[in-house]
Ligand binder design. Structure first.
Ligand code: UDP
Length: 208
């Protein structure tokens, strides 16, 4: 049985996820894993680095990846896989989930997230405060929703895409892998892989 849970990341994201894990697993010991803040105490929890976390018996530990950056989450998930450390889900008690939702391991579902029906979601999905996923969506691995994302029905989102706070995505669109949707964007057209779009209606970001 898992005795020690490591919440990977002791920064903003981790500090929002750890209390969710604490409520889900009141009888477990919970630490932050953070390679940059080892030795600190954060909100009453010890911070240890990965090497020290690995010093525990692998059969008794599990991790939750609480870092918003998808590439980092992907790297850390592979590290956990290689060490046979299971990735657990953080799910706030207020999360609403309807029928036929399949969600892979390691998600972080913040307060007031709603997942409606007939939805498929990949590994280590992050859905921050008040985001929703409507019916028949297909969401890849390591996708990140900032707070208040409105992901309407029949939308497909590729791996590692980042959807900014308050963005609205029109029903039926496809958002490519590694795309970035800016905060408050109103997305009315498909977004190609790797593209960044901002505004209303959302358009490619011209950097200059
Ligand atoms: N971090 C880590 N190992 C890694 C990459 C990141 O421990 O391989 C930690 C990093 O030290 C930092 C946290 O993850 O404390 C990420 O914090 P940041 O504020 O960048 O992101 P957020 O909490 O918003 O996701």
């Amino acid at each position: 049985m898992t005795k020690l849970i490591g919440v990977y990341g002791a920064s903003g994201c981790g500090r929002g996820i750890l209390p969710i894990i604490r409520a889900q697993y009141p009888d477990r010991e919970i630490v932050f894993i953070d390679d940059g803040q080892s030795g600190a105490m954060v909100n009453g929890h010890a911070v240890i680095d990965w090497t020290r976390f690995l010093g525990h018996d692998a059969a008794t530990i599990s991790a939750c990846l609480a870092i918003a950056n998808a590439r980092i989450r992907e790297t850390l998930a592979l590290k956990c896989d290689a060490a046979n450390i299971p990735l657990i889900e953080a799910r706030h008690a207020s999360v609403v989930q309807m029928d036929d939702v399949q969600i892979a391991e390691g998600a972080c579902l913040s307060p007031f997230v709603t997942l409606t029906s007939n939805i498929r979601i990949g590994r280590c999905f992050h859905a921050n405060l008040y985001s929703y996923v409507e019916h028949d969506c297909r969401i890849g691995d390591f996708v990140t929703f900032a707070p208040g994302v409105k992901c309407n029905g029949n939308i497909t989102i590729g791996d590692r895409a980042y959807i900014g706070s308050g963005a609205v995505i029109r029903q039926g669109l496809t958002i490519g892998a590694d795309a970035v949707i800016g905060m408050g964007a109103v997305v009315t057209r498909d977004v190609p892989a790797g593209a960044t779009v901002v505004g209303n209606p959302a358009k490619p970001l011209i950097k200059g």
